[in-house]
Design a binder for this molecule. Structure first.
Ligand code: PMP
Length: 368
């Protein structure tokens, strides 16, 4: 059994949410919820079914949950249709998991470096960080497939080892997987949680990178011992995710074009990655080391001279170029001289101009 946070003792399902789940029955008169009059909702009947403007289920729209569950099962994840939650962005999933499992002092294993907004959430709940190999951790958070910030993808052997280690030590594995579809090379990337039968795990993904981040939609599934509590936490946070956003995403994933869309996306970003890689070689080949990522959105650079990239950023912004200093992605001891560069957003001309400026600034710093 996982160790839940102390606050979970006080967690109760919302009685209103429970009652609302029965008010749709034909002939039911409901004085229960605070539902607006259907006739007074905006009339968008040309675009959306009117009931999408009413309150909806906390777990998400059944058809979208089903579509997500099918996709996850195809990846080998144990995700029955009724064990999927639609999230208001996968960032929300990190908050829900931290609420469920992290108390002040809870030993939380992370990769170093790792996704900085996950560190922000775990830190807020009082996590004590350790590395992924630590068997005393209650929770292990990992982005094994095209990680943010490094772009790294765990080998099949590393995935198997992490699954075994978590199962042996009773550590809950939280696999955060928003970049899976943005794959540019053939690499091992089967979800780790697919190997965790009988253990405690959470898996989440996002529609931000495959579709549109402004819709704020992600999805989560979890082992049965965790799932119901995650739903109650979701109720308490925002009742449910936007039904309009969910309908828009459902239409997109149900469209026969979805698989083609993902392929076009990967082709487009693969070309950007390759172009960026050549530009890096031209401008920073003597100044930095990096590994070309097989997927995702980022190059991770280590400068040969370990200058502090946080102060470099000030000069860069003044010169019209922004990047993420690598120091921000470490739970404790940061490695100096590291930086994360996004390659998906800039076109070739902007990437060329930005990297030329950055290279000049780095060379100036080293010479100083
Ligand atoms: N996890 C990781 C590893 C991310 O990189 C991001 C976004 N950059 C998120 C979660 C959150 O994404 P969203 O809330 O848009 O789904």
């Amino acid at each position: 059994m996982p160790t839940f946070s102390d606050r979970i003792d006080g967690l109760r399902p919302s009685p209103i949410r429970t009652i609302l789940s029965v008010v749709d029955r034909p002939g039911m008169v409901s004085f229960a919820g605070g539902l607006p009059a259907t006739t007074m909702l905006p009339d968008w009947s040309g675009s959306f079914a009117p009931d999408l403007l009413q309150y909806g289920p906390s777990e998400g729209e059944p058809a979208l949950r089903r579509a997500v569950a099918e996709r996850l099962r195809a990846l080998g994840v144990d995700a029955p249709d009724d064990r999927v939650i639609i999230l208001s962005g996968s960032q929300q999933g990190i908050d829900l998991v931290a609420k469920l499992l992290v108390d002040p002092g809870t030993v939380t294993a992370v990769e170093q470096p790792t996704y900085l907004a996950a560190l922000q959430v775990f830190r807020f709940y009082g996590a004590r960080f350790t590395d992924l190999a630590d068997p005393t951790a209650s929770l292990a958070y990992a982005v094994p497939t095209f990680a943010n910030p490094t772009g790294a993808c765990m080998s099949d052997a590393a995935r198997a080892a992490l699954a075994d280690a978590c199962r042996d030590s009773g550590t809950v594995l939280f696999e955060d997987d928003p970049y899976r579809e943005l794959a540019y090379d053939a690499v091992d990337r089967a979800p780790i949680v697919a190997r965790m039968h009988g253990a405690s795990w959470v898996y989440q993904g996002s529609f931000s990178k495959t579709f549109a981040p402004g819709l704020r939609l992600g999805f989560m599934t979890a082992s049965a011992d965790l799932f119901d509590r995650l739903v109650i936490l979701k109720q308490a946070v925002d009742l449910h995710s936007s039904r309009l956003s969910q309908q828009i995403v459902l239409d997109a994933v149900s469209d026969g074009d979805w698989t083609d869309r993902l392929e076009r996306l990967a082709d487009f970003y693969r070309a950007r990655r390759d172009d960026f890689d050549s530009l890096l070689t031209r401008y920073l080949g003597d100044l930095a080391d990096w590994r070309r990522p097989s997927g995702g959105l980022f190059f991770w650079l280590t400068l040969r001279d370990r200058i502090d990239t946080r102060t470099l950023l000030d000069d860069a912004v003044a010169a019209g170029v922004a990047f993420m200093p690598g120091e921000e992605f470490y739970a404790d001891e940061p490695e100096l001289g590291t930086m994360r560069l996004n390659f998906s957003h800039s076109d070739s001309a902007d990437a060329d101009r930005g990297l030329a400026i950055l290279a000049d600034l780095i060379a100036e710093r080293i010479a100083a």
